[in-house]
Design a protein around this ligand. Structure first.
Ligand code: PLP
Length: 244
């Protein structure tokens, strides 16, 4: 059998974790911080659990330079759950800021399988209209594989637009946006799926309303997703006390 060090794991999700991290996690799973209790046995409402979350939040905030304007939210359901949560929450935020429900439109950039799935879910839920800003397949013989030029995108005007949605890195189709969208109206909330590239480069979080990341792919183990989000099923109900 090869050793851990000899294995090069290119798996996009779950991805490889550093050996010292796994060693510490194994110890903590058996005996957390000399409490003689497993991390899996302590109350999720205890001071210990709160302090673990608090540390995770402040480290994540530091690592990703998340500004104070944005909350970090931990939820179950992985990335797929966000396809519908985004719709509910951003539609509610649109109404809250005085948007006209009759005209409400969500804008989707379809550049690969994952953004297509998110778009399909928005259409299925039927909260307002769903506009395709661009569909990469139209420019590439029906296949994904490129990002159409921004001059050919058609955004919904700001007052009717609940949000703009895109996937920064299409894991399966190998399409990554080189930078933030240049032509998006800065007053429209931008939602981004950064499931498979969040910690791979510096991101100006302040430009986004919501970024979501299922840590199974890049940060943690399966089942969770984190989110940096200005508004917050109801993101508000998941908001932690601010730990920073
Ligand atoms: C870009 C992207 N979005 C969403 C998902 C869905 O995440 P999950 O498998 O946690 O539902 C994935 C999973 O690979 C992904 O790569």
């Amino acid at each position: 059998m090869p050793t851990r060090e000899q294995i090069i794991n290119f798996g996009p999700g779950p991805a490889a974790l550093p050996t010292p991290v796994l060693e510490q996690a194994s110890k903590d799973l058996f005996n957390y911080n000399n409490t003689e209790m497993s991390l899996a046995e302590i109350s999720h409402r205890s001071a210990t659990a709160n302090s673990i979350m608090s540390n995770a939040n402040s480290h994540l905030r530091q690592l990703l330079s998340i500004p104070d304007t944005h909350e970090i939210i931990w939820q179950q359901g992985g990335g797929t759950a966000q396809f519908s949560m985004v719709v509910y929450n951003l539609a509610a935020a649109y109404v809250q800021r005085g948007g006209n429900v009759e005209e409400m439109t969500s804008d989707y950039l379809i550049t690969g399988g994952w953004s297509k799935k998110a778009y399909d879910e928005a259409v299925r839920l039927g909260l307002g209209k769903v506009n395709v800003v661009t569909d990469a397949r139209k420019y590439n013989d029906g296949k994904f594989g490129l990002i159409p030029a921004e001059k050919d995108w058609t955004f919904t005007p700001r007052e009717k637009c609940a949000y703009v949605y895109y996937c920064d890195n299409e894991t399966v189709d190998g399409v990554e946006f080189p930078a933030f969208l240049q032509s998006v109206d800065p007053n429209v909330p931008v939602v981004c799926d950064m499931s498979s590239n969040m910690v791979s480069r510096k991101v100006d979080v302040s430009k986004f309303a919501v970024i979501y990341v299922p840590p199974a792919l890049i940060l943690l183990t399966t089942g969770w997703s984190t989110k940096e989000c200005w508004n917050s099923r109801d993101y508000n109900s998941y908001r932690s006390k601010r730990h920073s």
